[in-house]
Write a protein that binds this ligand. Structure first.
Ligand code: GLY
Length: 252
């Protein structure tokens, strides 16, 4: 069970963040409204929220997940792999320091939290344009000491590993077809995301609920069939900036 989450409000510079989505500019007021609804959903899941003020210096900084990897017992401060985002992790370190023992990814390692998926006692680390081999090795070394089983997997054609695959619990993963052949994931019950709903691969299990993006009925139905309670959230403005449900919080 998670008890806390760190979130950061979108900044007025949000629209100048990094994106390859080609879905147009996000509307700032609507992004704030959607972010409020996201925070309400996390509170409904039983989480106490640590809400950080917006940081206009970093347009992508509402996507806090990329700045750290957290568990109940410890955290690892990441080192974002896009130079525009390097530095976001400094404030997050200050916030987490009183709450968890911390490790850090160090230069020349790079690692985005969006490339790291925990599934019970296993961690999957995606090697992407953001997470390099050095960063993955540093994280593996930290997690090895904590007795987790680690898999390092190359990621192609998606921004982050968790753009394409997410663990719901009870051995269930939601996964895009293009990456479902990965041997390391073959032991899971794999729910393949339909080609016209790829964004919905980024759903988020939080305690008794699965948060899913609004407007993806096939994924919604498949998650419901697994017996999960659902909270649907409009994510349109974050999708425009290549962000998903998991990206908007650090949960522990
Ligand atoms: N806009 C999110 C990212 O590219 O990191």
């Amino acid at each position: 069970m998670f008890t806390k989450a760190v979130v950061r409000k979108p900044a007025h510079t949000f629209a100048s963040g990094i994106t390859e989505a080609n879905l147009g500019k996000p509307a700032y007021k609507l992004a704030l409204k959607q972010h409020d609804a996201y925070c309400e959903a996390l509170a409904k899941c039983g989480l106490e929220l640590i809400v950080l003020e917006a940081d206009p210096e970093f347009p992508d900084s509402c996507f806090v997940e990329d700045t750290a990897v957290v568990t109940k017992d410890f955290g690892v401060i990441a080192r974002p792999g896009n130079k525009k985002r390097l530095g976001e992790e400094i404030e997050i370190k200050k916030v987490l320091e009183p709450l968890l023992p911390l490790y850090s990814i160090t230069e020349p390692g790079t690692l985005d939290g969006g490339d790291v998926m925990q599934a019970d006692n296993q961690f999957f680390i995606g090697l992407s344009n953001r997470t390099n081999l050095t960063g993955s090795r540093q994280l593996k070394e930290i997690l090895d000491k904590q007795n987790y089983t680690i898999y390092v997997i190359p990621v192609c054609n998606i921004l982050h590993f968790k753009t394409g695959v997410n663990y719901l619990g009870e051995n269930n993963i939601l996964i895009q077809e293009s990456i479902c052949t990965m041997n390391e994931l073959s032991a899971f019950n794999r729910i393949i995301i339909e080609q016209d709903e790829l964004y919905a691969a980024n759903c988020l299990r939080v305690n008794d609920y699965v948060l899913i993006p609004k407007g993806f009925p096939k994924t919604k139905s498949n998650v419901e069939k697994l017996g999960y309670k659902i909270i649907e959230l409009d994510m349109s403005e974050f999708q425009k900036m290549d962000g998903g449900l998991s990206c908007l919080s650090l949960r522990f």
